[in-house]
Design a protein around this ligand. Sequence first.
Ligand SMILES: *[C@@H]1O[C@H](CO)[C@@H](O)[C@H](O)[C@H]1NC(C)=O
Ligand SMILES: *[C@@H]1O[C@H](CO)[C@@H](O)[C@H](O)[C@H]1NC(C)=O
Ligand SMILES: *[C@@H]1O[C@H](CO)[C@@H](O)[C@H](O)[C@H]1NC(C)=O
Ligand SMILES: *[C@@H]1O[C@H](CO)[C@@H](O)[C@H](O)[C@H]1NC(C)=O
Ligand SMILES: *[C@@H]1O[C@H](CO)[C@@H](O)[C@H](O)[C@H]1NC(C)=O
Ligand SMILES: *[C@@H]1O[C@H](CO)[C@@H](O)[C@H](O)[C@H]1NC(C)=O
Ligand SMILES: *[C@@H]1O[C@H](CO)[C@@H](O)[C@H](O)[C@H]1NC(C)=O
Length: 335
Amino acid sequence: MKLFSSLALLGSIVSETLGHSLASRDDSVGFDPVCGSVVSSEAMDLSRSRTEQLRRNFRRDPEDIYQGPIQTYWHVLYANETDDGGYIQPEYISAQMDILNADFGPSGFSFELRNVSYLQNAPAWQLLNLTDANTVPDILAPNRVGDYRTLNIFTASAISTGGTANQTTIGVASFPNFDDAPFPELNSSVFVVHWSLPNNAGAKIPILPASSDYTFLGKNLVHEVGHWTGLYHTFQPNLTTQAECDPVNDQVNDTPAHIYIRELNSGNSSISCDVMPDTCPDIPGLDPIHNYMNYIVDKCRFEFSPGQIARQHEQMYLYRGVQAEGYNGPEDVGY
Ligand SMILES: *[C@@H]1O[C@H](CO)[C@@H](O)[C@H](O)[C@H]1NC(C)=O
Ligand SMILES: *[C@@H]1O[C@H](CO)[C@@H](O)[C@H](O)[C@H]1NC(C)=O
Ligand SMILES: *[C@@H]1O[C@H](CO)[C@@H](O)[C@H](O)[C@H]1NC(C)=O
Ligand SMILES: *[C@@H]1O[C@H](CO)[C@@H](O)[C@H](O)[C@H]1NC(C)=O
Ligand SMILES: *[C@@H]1O[C@H](CO)[C@@H](O)[C@H](O)[C@H]1NC(C)=O
Ligand SMILES: *[C@@H]1O[C@H](CO)[C@@H](O)[C@H](O)[C@H]1NC(C)=O
Ligand SMILES: *[C@@H]1O[C@H](CO)[C@@H](O)[C@H](O)[C@H]1NC(C)=O
């Protein structure tokens, strides 16, 4: 716990789903997959002022700005060579990489898969417990590859960030503005459960009844890499009631503030992606239910907004030294 609470204070990765109290609970559906990259308003403010300072005083050797596909290393943590044991057949990884590249196309980033390493250590690695002090030295540090601009993806059949009963963590990621991080091994990593890959990577979804016809389409990894490239949830900061609707929200001005709606995230294949709710009616704009950075069934998530793309460009340039196609350097324009 100590490991993660110090990270939280630094405004980078907050791994608590505990206390992540959400609106519109529908407890008839015992399915509430969540992401562990929840950030407090205080951490967001700290991060924003650090970005403003960096934008004003940006100095980096032009030789040290990388343009090109983001080098990507995949680490499959598995218990046994079955679909449910965390093992992933190569075709699912390849389908997932295609979706990641297609969905980041408009952002001007691409990802080149350099290696897939299969790491078996049953039963210890059936659960990737990110609050366990041994996880970094035993699993993450020895296996991650490359530097701060290298994307490392770890998959496992379960991930724990200390969440509550019905909120299953399906992904966690670190943000680019991590420069004070005491645990560098986490800097460039994202974590997703393997059954959130396209077609659930052939596995059963352990948090849905066997009768369910819900299928993940690979948007969970897009969401986590969205964090890795500098984006917050569209319902930041942790909106639960209309009184909290906050125009600052996720610090992106074209993603209207909204409250998370659990029903839309409940693994119900009949949900309509055409009905746009307006959970913060006093703030202009309808809820961004097509946005990757919302929590909603995969079929509804198909876009980053132009403001999010501008933020990704700047965050990746300032913190990771990665220059997106079509981006010319920091401008003080807000997103
Ligand atoms: C969890 O989901 C079950 C139904 O699957 C429900 O009975 C229970 O009340 C829920 N618990 C919480 C804490 O939401
Ligand atoms: C989210 O909101 C709940 C309820 O208001 C609160 O208990 C929790 O601490 C908040 N979490 C964060 C990360 O701000
Ligand atoms: C493989 O691992 C899964 C998940 O832990 C477990 O449910 C299953 O029984 C294991 N299968 C074999 C053949 O060991
Ligand atoms: C690449 O994957 C192979 C096969 O799993 C593994 O033996 C090797 O250590 C990996 N190399 C790197 C650089 O990760
Ligand atoms: C994860 O590790 C922490 C610290 O060792 C422990 O308290 C917690 O119970 C573990 N979580 C799970 C789900 O096993
Ligand atoms: C993590 O970030 C720190 C601060 O920017 C940097 O010094 C360190 O090299 C990074 N570690 C990795 C593995 O990228
Ligand atoms: C699934 O969504 C449809 C359309 O909104 C709704 O009619 C149905 O009741 C939902 N099913 C469950 C189990 O919530």
